[in-house]
Design a protein around this ligand. Sequence first.
Ligand code: EQ3
Length: 319
Amino acid sequence: MNYTIESARNIFSSTQVADAVPATTAMFAELNIDDQLAFLWYAYAELGRTITPAAPGKANLQLMEGIFNQIKQMSHEEQTQLMRDLASNADTPISRSYAYFGVNAKLGFWWQLGEWMKEGIVAPMPVGYQMSTQVKAVLEAVQKIDQSQQITVLRNTVVNMGFDPSLADKKQAEVINFKFPRTSLSPQFTIEGVTEPTVLKYIEAMNADNFEAAVALFANNGALQPPFQKPIVGREAITSYLRDEGQGLVMKPTKGISETIEDGYTQHKITGTVETPWFGGNVGMNIAWRFLLDPQGQIYFVAIDLLASPKELLNLTRK
Ligand code: EQ3
């Protein structure tokens, strides 16, 4: 059998992913702009407390100093307008700069604004604000999902802001990427049921932010499919994706299954948890990696899935 990226996407097809994430993100997108900002404020008030305060780091925030200085000098009306412009993807100078922020820089930008909103440096939510029924409905939907899904919804909303968020993919050189210094040695791990060296090296490289080493394990035309996204194809595209999105992640795979399929291809499903530097050990995301390796042992395809529930960590069946 000749695999295509499309057919590879179906390996271990019984894997249940957290469909509530795209569903809730879509509900959010239906809100009007002021309701979106209000929703984020309330969601952040809940979840923000779990953020590791040191996560953004001084050095990272300095990368955006110029924009922060402009914002501090604005009136509260101008600041509110700036937030509306970002949320509505308006074409303004700051909204354009934002499009060139990597994912973590976007999160860091809002984290700083959130801190300043609390201190009154940036326009806070208006006193006496009454939540609309629509905002309440989205908040209720978010409360029903687990924390790792909640933070993914929050992250999606921030990623989609700014003028033409897809710009950031086009000119990697200009993208502002945060780096997160590793505070401890890479975690030691063993994956019950899996000894395939390519898989073990992949996790090791990712736990050391060594994206070049991780990408060297891929076939030339190999692909990586992030949660709820289409596959990213080719080493160059995967490298820039990981430099942006893979920084500081701690991967703790625990169990897996390996199988030889046709023509020397092998498939491996591994489950475990992943921690983001933003929430550290406070939020362990339940993740599956579905690998398809070619006969040379190179990664032809790997899907990363955010699982529907912790029960899915035990689902290691083939179909
Ligand atoms: C200021 C405030 C509150 C109000 C204002 O009106 C509007 C906004 C936006 C506000 C601020 C909101 C803030 C500060 C939100 C912050 C949210 C944060 C920090 C969310 C972080 C989420 C991180 C997640 C979900 C990371 C997930 C990463 C995963 C699953 C990585 C998986 C990967 C693996 C395992 C691989 O093997 C390959 C790479 C890949 C990246 C796919």
